[in-house]
Design a protein around this ligand. Structure first.
Ligand SMILES: [Cu+2]
Length: 118
């Protein structure tokens, strides 16, 4: 009987602390970033993104313009080229502290954004 109570207590505490959420902790968080033209400016949208610290994150980089664009995050050594009208998926782990700047390394005027890490 004492063993049973201890087991129930263990399960309860595991449930309360989220100890059983193994599958959701393992599956990557998905985010989408889009290179687009807004008015006269080329931007990466959204301009700010919050990703979980230390977790695998999948970024889908979409380019809706008619020119090639770059996507870089220096701190994570990410430097990608996304063809006109194309997209690219990258997987990353943000294990440093943010914010990290993301930007297009091809065009200085192309407005990037910042990745917050939480
Ligand atoms: Cu660009």
């Amino acid at each position: 009987m004492v063993k049973k109570i201890a087991l129930v207590g263990f399960i309860l505490s595991a449930l309360m602390t989220g100890g059983f959420q193994i599958s959701s902790a393992d599956s990557p968080k998905m985010f989408e970033l889009v290179a687009k033209v807004e008015g006269n400016a080329k931007i990466w949208s959204p301009a700010s993104l919050t990703v979980p610290k230390g977790q695998t994150v999948k970024l889908t980089l979409k380019n809706t313009t008619d020119a090639e664009h770059g996507f870089s995050i220096d701190e994570l050594k990410i430097k990608e080229l996304i063809p006109a009208g194309g997209s690219k998926e990258i997987t990353m782990i943000a294990d440093s502290n943010g914010p990290l700047r993301y930007y297009c390394h091809l065009h200085k005027a192309h407005v990037g954004g910042q990745m917050m890490i939480q």
